[in-house]
Design a protein around this ligand. Structure first.
Ligand code: SAH
Ligand code: F3S
Length: 486
């Protein structure tokens, strides 16, 4: 009765949280299984950023009730943002759920499962339910254990299930960690901060994730060193607003912000070969961070810089404290430091009151920035956020039309970029076998996925790959290693 299946909805933060829960459960003697039909406990790690993501998890939990009717000992848990957002009220809609655990309580999941099992074994007459969504001081430091081969020897090739589509539809590519990285693990997410204090008018995250809290820099660096010792070569630093990292805890030194100091320290770890981060806020993207791209050789020339809107009027309504000109300036400055920079972004179309003219400003800025990748979202009302109260909601068909316009532009950009890559040799970090098991996959520094023939011993190596074919989302190539047979 100890087989656990974790289904993850939403962003990389959720994937990271699921990994940490899995590691803690393993340490407690639970088995993390990959087949949802062969588990005793199903945990849904949920997303609240848009209504669609919540509906998916609610639908899944409702469906699982049937399974519980057949097997009353089957345990259903809801973790993460929706658990935090809706709390015990979820039990009204989903009476068969046993466990509700909020975003500051992931580390309590093993205890709660132990208690549920003990109650079952004691033959509790009434169902035992646990709801744990309180705030907890220091909880930003609890997500640090990693799912690595050492945790479960001999279980190579068993990544966690992940469903990025809940949070990130309209993608042409996928972000690190959303594919099936086999073990040994080559890339890792490292959480550097929890929560957010920005209060963007559309966003539920400050409510679901709480106040912005940073992890101590020494601890993050130690975690990265440990990961490097265990074979990880690429680190993605994660937070809701990484550019604010440590602003209350550390001084600027010589004009260098705490976040850039952290990048410097990770850059100095010898086993680490590549660094990425997500997400910065345009407001905090200062010259010291731009300059870091010119001097930190491991910092990949790929930036995810959420724009949200290209209209100054809408940005103000969104409570996003920057202008379209400032945004454009950051992009230009970065391209000046790294002409080969790759950009991705988040856009919301159909924010309340967005006129055709506002959207045209977004479209024009989107085109000018020449993104390689973008997550384009149709505005979704989140109750409890300031924007939910705004009149002038944009009709669905208009949102869809604007969505399609940006998607088409993105596809053109991606194809144009691919055309420039054909015939070139790119440095690729070999992550492991591709999903179909036909060959291997890795990423360029620009975060493009590349498929090619390779050998298991090259996993974790940076190799030159000559690009000879491209689809919109994926590149195909051949290893160019003298003397190494694929
Ligand atoms: N600070 C985080 C944002 C998390 S939410 C980060 O930058 O990673 C991820 C994205 O979801 C946001 O950037 C925004 O584009 C989108 N989003 C947030 N709330 C939304 C809403 N109510 N409707 C549609 N999209 C939304
Ligand atoms: Fe949300 Fe804005 Fe923070 S998008 S997570 S409130 S920076």
């Amino acid at each position: 009765m100890n087989r656990v299946f974790i289904k993850t909805y939403g962003c990389q933060m959720n994937e990271r949280d699921s990994e940490a829960v899995a590691a803690m459960l393993r340490a407690r003697g639970y088995r993390i299984v990959q087949d949802e039909n062969a588990c005793d406990v199903m945990l849904l790690n949920t997303c609240s950023v848009r209504d669609m993501a919540e509906q998916k998890a609610i639908g899944k939990a409702g469906y699982l009730s049937q399974r519980k009717k057949r097997n009353p000992r089957f345990v259903i848990g809801i973790l993460g943002c929706m658990a935090q957002n809706r709390g015990a009220a979820l039990l009204d809609a989903l009476p068969d759920v046993d466990l509700i655990v909020g975003t500051q309580k992931f580390h309590q999941v093993p205890d709660h499962l132990d208690n549920l099992r003990a109650a079952q074994e004691a033959g509790a007459v009434l169902p035992t339910r646990i709801v744990d969504i309180a705030e907890e001081a220091g909880s930003q430091n609890t997500i640090k254990d990693h799912l690595l081969p050492q945790d479960e020897p001999g279980r190579a090739g068993t990544p966690l299930p992940a469903d990025a589509s809940g949070s990130q539809p309209s993608t042409l590519n996928s972000q690190p960690g959303s594919g099936s990285e086999p073990l040994p693990q080559v890339t890792a997410f490292v959480s550097i901060q929890q929560g957010c204090n920005m209060d963007c008018a559309f966003c539920i995250v400050p409510k679901t994730r709480g106040d912005e809290r940073s992890r101590p820099m020494d601890e993050i660096v130690r975690e990265c060193e440990e990961l490097a010792d265990r074979g990880v070569r690429e680190i993605t630093l994660l937070g809701q607003i990484v550019t604010s990292y440590g602003r209350r805890d550390y001084q600027h030194t010589g004009g260098v912000s705490p976040f850039v100091q952290l990048l410097e320290r990770v850059n100095a770890i010898s086993g680490i070969r590549r660094i990425r981060f997500t997400s910065p806020h345009p407001r905090g993207f200062k010259d010291d961070l731009v300059a870091a791209y010119g001097r930190l050789e491991k910092l990949c020339e790929y930036v995810h810089l959420p724009m949200q809107s290209g209209s100054d009027r809408i940005l103000r309504l969104m409570n996003r404290p920057y202008s379209r000109d400032r945004y454009r300036q950051i992009v230009d400055d970065l391209r000046r430091v790294r002409p080969d920079m790759y950009f991705s972004t988040d856009i919301i179309v159909g924010f309340p009151g967005e006129t055709a003219e506002d959207f045209e400003q977004t479209r024009a800025l989107f085109e000018a920035c020449n993104y390689d990748m973008a997550y384009i979202f149709k505005y979704s009302i989140r109750s409890g956020t300031p924007a939910a109260e705004l009149a002038d909601q944009v009709p669905d068909e208009v949102k869809e039309e604007r969505n399609q316009i940006l998607l088409r532009l993105l596809e053109q950009n991606s194809d144009r970029r691919n055309a420039t890559l054909l015939g070139t040799t790119q440095e690729v970090l070999v992550e492991g076998p591709d999903k179909k098991g036909l060959g291997y996959m890795g990423r360029t520094r620009g975060n493009r996925i590349v498929h090619f023939a390779a050998h298991e011993r090259l996993i974790g190596e940076l190799v030159p790959v000559k690009i000879n074919r491209a689809s919109t989302a994926v590149l195909y190539g051949e290893l160019e290693l003298a003397g190494v047979e694929p």
